[in-house]
Design a binder for this molecule. Structure first.
Ligand SMILES: Nc1nc2c(ncn2[C@@H]2O[C@H](COP(=O)(O)OP(=O)(O)OP(=O)(O)O)[C@@H](O)[C@H]2O)c(=O)[nH]1
Ligand SMILES: [Mg+2]
Length: 397
């Protein structure tokens, strides 16, 4: 239902932008997400035309996340559930992947990357498989292990994959999803994680590569664990993360808020939260709230060519434990979801004022990013124009 969110035409973005500029006196000249993402869309589409894997500037713009692992470990299911809203049961009918599938995820101003879903059993020794090129532009490598199956072969493959990738690009974040844990008891989960962790790290130590850091997550597409794990993977690729966390900390401490998340609405990945610990239940409630808002808006709220999520999107739900859930639009793609105690929520004016300041600060962070991307692109063009077709430099060095 909420897939409508994907279809935001540039024309419509432009219209919205114009409307925003007219209507919204408080928030300033340009409206946060719209104007910027429009410009960014331009950057991206041009970037696409000259997609050059050897160009460090293009990899800066769209980091790659690779999904690797043995056959049937659940890679395609993860991608479909997180980014296409496929229901977990439907993944039973997914066909085995037989070639690398690339997909752009550029829903949000900050979350902007490519996902590459690999077939199981790729052969690193196949000369047609240019793994150097692939790993060079990679931000994160997610290795999926089926925890319901015998995982010895998967561990050997993990070792081969990680060591090959590290040789090409030591900056890759290595993320191991111990997947399909819905079939395991709680004790069994912990034991499996401990065993996989131990064996994988022992293999690296034996190879003299103990400096490679692997992060482990217990995941399943049948609950929110897969979204939470993906959130953490994506957060590591967002250079502005410490700034966003800081802004959220300042926002909550001045507004009497218990916990706040900044969500990418389409994927339900949280791109940042304040520094208090995240518990799974809180995260699930936030995801459910986003679903409710988008679904109700899709079914009953759409007028003409409108989108189910816009600058007026807002929801307040009072829970039976004296907590209030508060959702508010930050940009066209991002929402802030907070947990507030009922007594603090009485000072809603203060919360709204602080929210206004928070939103403005997010805009400033984002403007810096757009400027950096522009200047990088400019530099890249200068660099290219200095190189003659036979690869030599036009100017003496
Ligand atoms: N129980 C359970 N089953 C899962 C989970 N994730 C995926 N599956 C199932 O695992 C099977 C294989 O999923 P795929 O996503 O096709 O696996 P893949 O890794 O893409 O496989 P290849 O494309 O052949 O490499 C499907 O039947 C899914 O329904 C999970 O979290 N729990
Ligand atoms: Mg697949």
């Amino acid at each position: 239902m909420s897939q409508g969110l994907h279809v935001i035409s540039q024309q419509q973005q432009q219209q919205d932008e114009e409307e925003d500029n007219e209507e919204d006196g408080i928030v300033g000249d340009s409206y946060y997400g719209d104007g910027d993402s429009f410009m960014e869309g331009d950057l991206d589409s041009e970037e696409e035309e000259v997609l050059d894997f050897t160009d460090p500037f293009s990899t800066e713009v769209k980091p790659r996340i690779l999904l690797m692992g043995l056959r049937r470990s659940g890679k395609s299911s993860i991608q479909k559930v997180v980014f296409h809203k496929m229901s977990p049961n439907e993944t039973l009918f997914l066909e085995s992947t037989n070639k690398i599938c690339r997909e752009d995820v550029s829903n949000s101003s900050f979350v902007n990357f490519q996902i590459w879903d690999f077939p199981g059993q790729i052969d690193f020794f196949d000369p047609t498989f240019d793994y150097e090129m692939i790993f060079r532009g990679t931000g994160a490598l997610i290795f999926v292990i089926d925890s319901q199956d015998d995982y010895m072969e998967a561990l050997a493959r993990l070792h081969l994959t990680v060591t090959s990738a590290y040789k090409v690009n030591p900056d890759i974040n290595f993320e191991v999803f111990i997947h399909k844990v819905d079939g395991l008891s709680d004790d069994h989960k912990i034991e499996t994680q401990r065993d996989i962790h131990q064996r994988a790290n022992d293999d690296l130590t034996d190879a003299g590569l103990e400096k490679i850091h692997l992060s482990f997550y217990l995941t399943s597409i049948y609950d929110h664990s897969i979204f939470e794990a993906f959130s953490k993977v994506v957060q590591k690729l967002i250079p502005q993360l410490p700034t966003l966390e800081n802004l959220l900390n300042i926002f909550i401490s001045n507004s009497g808020i218990e916990k706040a998340f900044l969500f990418d609405v389409v994927s339900k990945i949280y791109i940042a939260t304040d520094s208090t610990p995240v518990d799974m239940q809180t995260y699930e409630l936030c995801c459910d709230m986003i679903d409710v808002v988008i679904d109700i808006s899709c079914i009953y709220g759409l007028k003409g060519a409108g989108t189910p999520y816009d600058k007026e999107s807002l929801a307040i739900i009072k829970l039976n434990n004296t907590t209030v859930l508060y959702l508010k639009e930050v940009t066209k793609f991002l929402a802030l979801v907070c947990f507030v105690r009922e007594e603090s929520f009485e000072r809603k004016g203060l919360i709204d004022y602080n929210f206004h300041c928070f939103r403005k600060a997010i805009q400033e962070v984002f403007e810096v990013r757009v400027k950096v991307l522009r200047s990088r692109k400019h530099l890249s063009q200068i660099r290219k124009s200095r190189i003659t077709p036979n690869g030599t430099s036009r100017v003496p060095v």
